[in-house]
Design a protein around this ligand. Structure first.
Ligand code: SF4
Length: 183
């Protein structure tokens, strides 16, 4: 793990490494599916793909017990506040995986009913292309996210960075219904 001059000494670096290892090895997704991509997401927990190998088989029914949101499917304008509410209820630190083209950009649904990218609502840590992405692709995205989590500073101010990104996304969105979500 690389450190600059402002990084505390050996003990803190080791603590960060261990914390990153624990975090990535016990990531619990929230039970949350929006459309067809959710079928592939459910398949990753099946015996054939077995996401339990990576400590992620426990899809929690309560967002308060989850730290990963997999946005699996298109986000309608009607569901947007619900997505945000579920995200807000999740425990910190938390991560978001945007699964499929619909969640990432609206996909082929370029119309007024669908949010043109879930990053207008929640900060996204990793995007997964495809329509739908296969379970192997989702597992690969999860493992890439694990790398991010492993290297994330334990004492870094991630929340401040996220709020800045969220504010920029809100300012950029033309969707009037989104205003006030982050107030
Ligand atoms: S990306 Fe494809 S499979 Fe996923 S929600 Fe959109 S249409 Fe359905």
């Amino acid at each position: 793990m690389a450190h600059d001059d402002s990084t505390p000494g050996f003990f803190t670096a080791s603590l960060e490494d261990v914390a990153g290892l624990f975090r990535k090895g016990s990531m619990w997704p929230v039970t949350f599916g929006l459309a067809c991509c959710a079928i592939e997401m459910m398949a990753t927990a099946s015996s054939r793909f077995d996401v339990a190998r990576f400590g992620m088989e426990v899809f929690r029914a309560s967002p308060r017990q989850a730290d990963l949101m997999i946005v699996a499917g298109r986000v309608s304008q009607k569901m947007a506040p619900v997505v945000r509410q579920v995200y807000d209820q999740m425990a910190e630190p938390k991560w978001v995986l945007s699964m499929g083209v619909c969640a990432s950009s609206g996909g082929m649904f370029n119309n007024y009913a669908i949010v043109q990218g879930v990053d207008h609502i929640v900060p996204v840590d990793i995007y997964l292309p495809g329509c739908p992405p296969r379970p192997e692709m989702l597992i690969n995205a999860m493992l890439e996210l694990h790398k991010q989590v492993q290297e994330q500073p334990l004492f870094g101010n991630r929340r401040a960075i996220i709020e800045k990104v969220e504010r920029a996304a809100l300012d950029a969105t033309p969707v009037s219904q989104m205003k006030g979500l982050l107030a």
